[in-house]
Design a protein around this ligand. Structure first.
Ligand code: MN
Ligand code: MN
Length: 466
């Protein structure tokens, strides 16, 4: 081996430089990362919405021995329970050998993603075309959602109390849908507008039909035909949309990206790229000392409000129920607990380098990203993890050979964003954000690196068992 110069020696000892996984990891470990991501891609394709993610998570959890949590029942070390919150969020817990008074280990990711929701009265006909009115959900760049294949997911609650599940556009041979856009030939005026206003929200109308019923009496014959088809297939009448939750999401499937297959392109990596590894950590962490609690939550993309979002009491109530089981007070359990708020961060993109600050950005393939604080305009709206807890987490990851890096969401004052971290931290829980770097976040097709997905799994797993 070549002898190191004095400067090289000092550089290695004194400077911070995150390594690329391709250099830092063994060939075997990279292979394990690739294999882990095969199942992750399946999960992405099966679980495109929060409701579908809950169903899939419960299915996998039950195979791994999890049973529905019953309040008041006493569970012992090693037992595995889950609790579904209204079909849109799920909590999984593996009971630890230590008393709950020593706190729980929380990993919390969200399973809702930006998309187009139907309005309560969505269906209309205009000039012999049938369309759905939408209200976008979460932060989207509207122009990205035109002229891409969309699929329809969700539930419709009928007047008779029946709940119908719909999923159209995912199976081979299914019809798909889209939002139209003006052709470039006639787009002169549109092209002069700023990106943010070129596609108004009320233009995000989804094309769903163009053939009338065979009758020339009265109007809206195309709309009537669509209603007839929906009625025949699902028993739906127009007013049933008032009691439905229908989401249109990109119909594209998750695929390997790049000649080297090092990345995955897919809809909704944010935040299933943390939810899936957290779920897998819950399913594989047998016999933890501290009770390991994984929460896959809803409503993060709209600010975590509502009874399936983390700004509600549902997590606190669950911890209180656990505490009661061992005769402790819920607040003491929370105060002794630690949390990894598992959400994505913006990976450095050389094409848009000017919105990032290179020294404090995260990068594809450099491992799972620790984000000390989120927020905007002078750390507004963030919990900002303490130096002590940052130290605790980075020391753990180093000790367990988990590849990690730090990351801040872009340049100061370039914008900003938040996660569920503050809602957990506000309950007196030690909390820091830890997740996977993503390119093109919130776009219909986001990009992650396989190595980072696997390192997220390893981070949650080691955190649960530490
Ligand atoms: Mn997120
Ligand atoms: Mn997001």
């Amino acid at each position: 081996m070549k002898e190191q110069s004095y400067a090289e020696q000092l550089r290695e000892e004194l400077t911070y430089k995150p390594k690329h996984g391709g250099a830092a990891m063994s060939e075997d470990e990279i292979k394990r990362a690739d294999e882990f991501c095969e199942d992750y891609k399946d999960f992405l394709n099966t679980a495109k919405t929060e409701r579908e993610a809950v169903i899939e998570a419960v299915k996998l959890a039950e195979i791994a021995g999890f049973v529905p949590f019953e309040k008041g029942k006493v569970y012992t070390a090693g037992q595995k329970v889950y609790k579904v919150n209204r079909g849109k969020a799920v909590i999984l817990a593996v009971i630890g050998s230590k008393p709950l008074s020593e706190g729980v280990r929380l990993a919390i990711a969200h399973i809702d993603s930006p998309r187009l929701d139907l309005k309560p009265n969505p269906l209309y006909e205009a000039d012999e075309l049938a369309l759905f009115k939408t209200h976008y959900y979460g932060g989207i760049k509207k122009y990205q959602w035109t002229t891409i294949p969309l699929s329809m997911h969700g539930v419709v609650c009928l007047k008779n109390g029946e709940k119908i599940e719909v999923r159209v556009g995912e199976d081979e041979g299914d019809p798909q849908f889209c939002v139209t856009d003006v052709l470039p030939h006639l787009g002169t005026e549109q092209a002069k507008k700023p990106l943010g206003t070129a596609i108004p929200a009320e233009n995000l109308n989804i094309l769903i039909g163009s053939r009338p019923i065979a009758d020339d009496k009265g109007g809206d014959l195309v709309k009537l035909n669509v209603l007839k088809i929906l009625n025949e297939k699902y028993g739906i009448v127009e007013s049933d949309f008032l009691s439905s939750e229908i989401e249109f999401v990109p119909a594209a499937k998750a695929r390997d990206l790049g000649f080297d297959r090092s990345m995955i392109g897919a809809y909704g990596h944010d935040d299933r790229v943390c939810a899936y590894p957290a779920l897998m950590a819950a399913l594989t962490c047998n016999a933890p000392e501290h009770t390991a609690v994984t929460i896959l939550t809803d409503k993060e993309e709209t600010g975590s409000d509502g009874n399936t979002g983390l700004n509600s009491a549902y997590m606190k109530y669950f911890i209180y129920d656990l505490a009661e089981m061992q005769g402790f007070s819920g607040r003491d359990v929370l105060s002794a607990s630690e949390c990894l708020s598992a959400d994505v961060n913006a990976a450095f993109d050389p094409t848009y380098a000017d919105v990032y600050e290179k020294r404090n950005s995260c990068y594809l393939n450099k491992g799972v990203c620790i984000t000390k604080y989120t927020g905007s305009r002078g750390k507004g709206g963030t919990s900002d993890a303490s130096a002590e807890y940052m130290s605790r987490v980075r020391t753990l990851l180093d000790r367990k050979n988990v590849l990690w890096q730090i990351g801040e969401l872009g340049k100061v004052d370039a914008g900003g964003g938040g996660t569920v971290a503050k809602y957990v931290s506000n309950l007196d829980v030690e909390t820091v954000d830890l997740g996977v770097p993503v390119l093109s976040m919130h776009a219909p097709w986001e990009v992650v690196a396989k190595i980072d997905v696997y390192m997220a799994y390893r981070a949650f797993y080691e955190f649960f068992l530490d």
